[in-house]
Design a protein around this ligand. Structure first.
Ligand code: KIV
Length: 273
């Protein structure tokens, strides 16, 4: 093994995440969709990178996550994997690639694993997709579940408001979480649900529960990278903490460049051949 390989940090695996839960060590997860940003996010020490189907909104400008295709998710997934050495990389299965039947779900998951070299897939839903989840896991592919607000079902609900506030919905969510664990999921994302419900799920399950808008009592947190960096200005839910204002930084840099070109300040003598 080369020296460079020896210096590489230990790869995060599903087993490492399970140990983190047992030790009470919180899991930090962010999305990425391309090589350059994934490289930075990985080197900064993130545990899990999600190649989310939020790429549909963030990268392609669609209003929902529904339009993104399997080929497009594979393109994003493979780009991210090439930039990552340490983090566990999870690729979202896009809408329409696993809901039909479990055979189709397995074919889609196999394509993702073969063509991206990612570590796992994620899909949305509980009992409705449990056959697909089991079949994918039987083929040796790690699956992350996703309950609560499931953006691929937005047209069923018509709103992005907090989910599982009513008792019957909370009961179904708890049952689904147990079903996913029993089927063999290595972790579950809970999106936009009451903090105390998420706490109950995290306490009842032995697998890690990662929250987004699900409060602080879970085993880890996930945010969309472009939201937390402040590239995206329009999206401001209560759960989002902005760690930077990249929108302003990039705007400033571009405006300065435009001025420099127009004022013949760029390029100067040292910047030409
Ligand atoms: O697609 C995505 O970015 C996600 C996260 C919001 C969990 O599924």
């Amino acid at each position: 093994m080369s020296t460079a390989m020896n210096q590489r940090p230990k790869k995060v695996t599903t087993h490492v995440l399970s140990e983190m839960k047992m030790k009470g060590e919180k899991i930090a997860m962010l999305t990425s969709y391309d090589y350059s940003l994934a490289r930075i996010v990985d080197e900064a020490g993130i545990d899990v990178i999600l190649v989310g189907d939020s790429a549909s909104n963030v990268m392609a400008g669609w209003e929902t996550t529904l339009p993104i295709t399997l080929d497009q998710m594979i393109y994003h997934g493979a780009s991210v994997v090439r930039g990552v050495h340490r983090a566990l990389v999870v690729v979202d299965m896009p809408f329409g690639t696993y809901q039909g039947n479990s055979r189709e779900a397995l074919t889609s998951a196999i394509r993702i694993m073969k063509e991206t070299a990612a570590d796992a897939v994620k899909l949305e839903g509980g009992s409705e997709v449990i056959e697909s989840v089991s079949r994918i896991i039987s083929a040796g592919i790690p699956v992350m579940g996703h309950l609560g607000l499931t953006p691929q079902s937005i047209h069923k609900f018509g709103t992005y408001t907090v989910r599982a506030k009513k008792e019957d919905e909370a009961k179904k969510l708890i049952e689904d979480a147990h079903l996913l664990q029993e089927a063999g999921c290595f972790a579950i994302v809970l999106e936009k649900i009451p903090a105390m419900l998420a706490k109950q799920v995290a306490e009842e399950l032995t697998i890690p529960v990662i929250g987004i808008g699900a409060g602080r009592y879970v085993d880890g947190q996930v945010l969309v990278l472009h939201d937390m960096l402040g590239i995206n200005q329009e999206f401001s839910p209560r759960f989002l903490r902005r760690y930077h204002n990249l929108f302003a930084e990039i705007t400033g840099a571009v405006q300065t460049y435009v001025d420099d070109v127009k004022n013949l300040d760029f390029p100067n003598d040292r910047e030409q051949y």
